[in-house]
Design a protein around this ligand. Sequence first.
Ligand code: ATP
Ligand code: MG
Ligand code: MG
Ligand code: MG
Length: 476
Amino acid sequence: MESAEIRRRWLRFFEERGHTVVPSASLIADDPTLLLVPAGMVPFKPYFLGEVKPPFATATSVQKCVRTPDIEEVGKTTRHGTFFQMCGNFSFGDYFKEGAIRYAWELLTSSQEAGGYGLDPERLWITVYLDDDEAESIWREKIGVPAERIQRLGKKDNFWSMGVPGPCGPCSEINYDRGPEFGAEGGPAVNDERYVEIWNLVFMQYERGAGDGKEDFPILGDLPAKNIDTGLGLERLAMILQGVQNMYETDTLRVVMDTATELTGVRYGTAHNTDVSLRVVADHMRTSVMLIGDGVTPGNEGRGYVLRRIMRRAIRNMRLMGATEPVVARLVDTVISTMGLQYPELETDRKRIETVALAEEAAFLKTLRAGTNILDTAVGETKAAGSAVLPGDKAFQLHDTYGFPIDLTLEMAAEQGVTVDEDGFRRLMKEQRDRAKADAKAKKMGHADVSAYREVADRAGATDFLGYTSNETEAT
Ligand code: ATP
Ligand code: MG
Ligand code: MG
Ligand code: MG
């Protein structure tokens, strides 16, 4: 079943059951606490928090999501992308636990002829929160899932809250057993690659207090209106329904890998390293196009930096596979052609997206040309001196003179078996920043133009990369 059909069926199923179909919101969250939208519930947050009265009692959507904290997993696990689409159904004080569980089971297991996804019920494993006896008894008694396929998980996996006082509650997740070729049996509690999580049902039923830690907070009582928030990964379901081994082999990502193959001559399935690179390219180029489509432009801070890092990582992986010419035009073209079926605005915006992407590629290739020899020489000298740690001042020089961000230096050094003295690098960065500040202050007192210094300080500040992983919470 194609991704487009999975999406259509999802929306139709819930629409037929009275849910209002809400189009995906932009990836740029209308929410100061978030850099990018990581989950389907984000556009509905004000309703869940009781800040705004919802215009409908139930809703459904397929939301574009970006989770930059998952970047390290990309291409290595079979099921994490930086961009993915979260199918969701939501209830604002309407149906609760039993309703959500019944809908999920019906949609997943009813036959494809009847409009469902036709999954084999015997392959579905359920997790519930430690003390959620209510959910477990619904699964067992009302749905008929045998006790041995229901497992209990703790707060980290199966309890949801927004990290602040307000609504919270237990989750129940539906996992699909992909069979012994994915490793040991024993259920999702022991093997999450074999028993892949596909759908998370969040039961918002309590009000929490502040507490002292992230997972340690008091439950103050029941919410006046209980809500449902669910999220199913479209790419994960596609992977199962298309009978492929990982999400990069599904219809919308496979074609991007194929374009990367045409550009590099590297075929998928020949070696582990290049397979990871092909997946990284497919994922990152898609994420880049979706971000540019929603108005993000490459830059040194915040969202712009997320985009820059992801796009440059894709280009680097293409070069690791042997590409020597620009590659972005072809890759962007493929992404737009496949994603444009579900997001037609990509087609109408094609020219602008290409222009932004090509400019970033040109800037990066210039940086690479300038810095790569310097880095290689420094690595050679480090090794010749019998060390495996590149000195901090080399990393600093690469950054300061050649515009190499530290993570690029780290990655390229690691490829040659060398680590980097990051503390030394950061010390030098800080010294430079302090100097710039002091100079700026002195000049300011003399009423001189400080803009040049501000530029230095901004550049230096951008390499702390804090915006990259902070400001991101996983909302579902
Ligand atoms: P996992 O444990 O596999 O990392 P999660 O518990 O972080 O997933 P949720 O926050 O519960 O995921 O999100 C709801 C659903 O979205 C998941 O059940 C999964 O199907 C999908 N999903 C989450 N993260 C990703 C990702 N990085 N790439 C693709 N799909 C994802
Ligand atoms: Mg996760
Ligand atoms: Mg999980
Ligand atoms: Mg989950």
